[in-house]
Design a protein around this ligand. Structure first.
Ligand code: SF4
Ligand code: SF4
Length: 221
């Protein structure tokens, strides 16, 4: 899940300066769960903007605002979107980009949120970063725990010299990730995998923008 946080209303009002009619997009997926872009947040944003003299021309809560076909459908079904002076998107950056691509050069699109990280969800409202999308996953030899993400120094071959009683010297409230990796591998009787030396990350795998194009699978007759 993509974790987002709300931008300050003052910054949003700065974006919308000189623009009266505003259309709002939310996202009923990640942003809804982050309490940043669901129905309640659309209603809250409507109140804030109205109090500041804006006219809300409409709101759309898309199942996944990063999904171009869904957003396109909304644009087609709703003329108010394109006749607005601005579109404000309560979704992650991918959602904002998707809406902006469809609005093209006509109506400016602004973000209401900051996108933070890709999270594992412990349970509702408890999100923890676990993967930095590096493009060459080493979890097979680190017991499913990512040192690239969870060690503040990104160390791939064991701990630094700063471990304090099993804790991380950078974030003392956290375990050193390498202590966790060691303990889990030991419990699994797999400590031998620690002998494997991981080369430095190949950052060419992460050259942006990345894309994946899948061939549509043929269905059997
Ligand atoms: S090594 Fe870590 S950052 Fe890279 S893909 Fe695996 S979990 Fe994600
Ligand atoms: S103590 Fe462990 S988690 Fe913290 S920086 Fe050193 S190796 Fe990384």
């Amino acid at each position: 899940m993509i974790i987002t946080k709300k931008k300050e209303p003052s910054l949003i009002l700065e974006y919308l300066d000189g623009r009266k009619k505003v259309y709002l997009f939310g996202c009923n997926s990640c942003a809804e769960q982050c309490q940043t872009g669901g129905k309640r947040e659309l209603d809250e944003m409507t109140v804030i903007l109205r109090e500041n003299g804006k006219e809300i021309t409409g709101t759309s809560l898309i199942d996944e605002t990063c999904y171009k076909m869904l957003v396109k459908k909304e644009f087609k079904a709703n003329e108010a979107i394109m006749s607005s002076d601005a579109i404000l998107v309560l979704a992650c950056g991918a959602g904002v980009k998707t809406v902006a691509e469809i609005a093209e050069n006509s109506t400016p699109v602004f973000p209401a949120l900051d996108s933070l990280f890709l999270a594992s969800v412990e349970r509702y409202g408890r999100f923890f970063e676990g993967c930095s999308l590096c493009g060459e996953c080493i979890l097979g030899s680190t017991a499913g725990i990512c040192p690239h993400t969870l060690c503040p120094k990104g160390l791939l071959n064991g701990p630094c010299g700063g471990v304090i009683n099993g804790r991380c010297e950078v974030n003392i409230e956290n375990n050193c990730v390498w202590v966790d990796i060691f303990r889990r591998l030991k419990a699994q009787d797999r400590l031998n995998v620690l002998k494997k030396i991981h080369p430095p990350k190949d950052y060419s795998n992460g050259v942006k923008p990345r894309k994946v194009i899948l061939e549509r699978k043929k269905t059997r007759a």
